[in-house]
Design a protein around this ligand. Sequence first.
Ligand SMILES: Cc1cc2nc3c(=O)[nH]c(=O)nc-3n(C[C@H](O)[C@H](O)[C@H](O)COP(=O)(O)OP(=O)(O)OC[C@H]3O[C@@H](n4cnc5c(N)ncnc54)[C@H](O)[C@@H]3O)c2cc1C
Length: 287
Amino acid sequence: MKSADFAYHRPGDIAEAVRHLQDYDGGARVLAGGQSLMPMINMRLWRPDAVVDINGLTDLTGLTVEGDETRIGALVRHSTLEFSPLVAERLPLLKAMVAFVGDRQVRNRGTIGGSLVQGDPTGEMPLGCLVLGATVHVLGPSGARAIAMEDLYEGAYAATLAPDEVLTEVHVPPHPPHFAFRECCRRHNDFCVLSVAATGPIADDGRWRGLRIGLGGVNDTPVLAEASMALLEGSRLDDADIAAAGQAAREAIDPPDDIRGSAEYRAHLVPLYVARVLRDLRASAHA
Ligand SMILES: Cc1cc2nc3c(=O)[nH]c(=O)nc-3n(C[C@H](O)[C@H](O)[C@H](O)COP(=O)(O)OP(=O)(O)OC[C@H]3O[C@@H](n4cnc5c(N)ncnc54)[C@H](O)[C@@H]3O)c2cc1C
């Protein structure tokens, strides 16, 4: 199918991009990698009046370190995250997760900003950024503001950005020393049935404190398994604690029924995958 007609703008700076978005009063969409936007437009599921192509905004392509934060420009491609030595060193969880995003073509074009605004509940980058405690920075007509990942979504595919705001940068605090990630997919690199990511430090006494466990694909948005995290505070991650944390993770879920799996199947998998990821985490610390 072909798209309906739309106006096309290619701004030279971010302020101009915001002005174009404002001019269409909610009727324009930002175009980044186009991997989600263009299929939606071509299938006429979305019919924007205008597309504002931000691919010329080189200010949004940086990967930098500021103090103890790692900053990722909105236009950084998935493949850049995949192969960047800086990301490998400072954000190994994101590096591990981004390899599961689509296929090579999708990763060559798709961007972190697009992934975060798209807000697919199964998306790897929204889950990774949530678990790492990242903050997204956006610019709109009334200036810049920061949104914690916990507050970025009000539902599936529903980021809390205004239609005339552009996501400019993702700020990621220091990465905990240990991490683990797994996802269940029907086919390699398909959108996942569910995914689990965990990070944490282990103290000299062998106890884990400040563990973060995130779940993708089992609710409208990626979620933290708060009950499991609380239960594991000060734990040595022995098998009994891990099993209990797996069961407790069910409190965070409200799984969908869809083409990739039933709600019942997802609910069955959650404790198993949480337990596997926690065993991986424990093993990584003892390696
Ligand atoms: C075959 C296929 C398989 C895929 N598999 C996966 C997968 O396994 N896991 C996964 O996570 N994703 C997957 N994707 C989606 C992919 O990750 C996309 O790259 C991503 O969802 C959107 O990024 P994009 O840069 O292409 O954004 P676009 O498609 O350009 O935009 C997506 C949305 O975000 C908005 N937007 C984009 N950038 C900004 C910005 N800076 N500020 C404000 N709004 C913005 C757009 O207006 C649009 O609403 C797949 C896509 C395809 C086509």
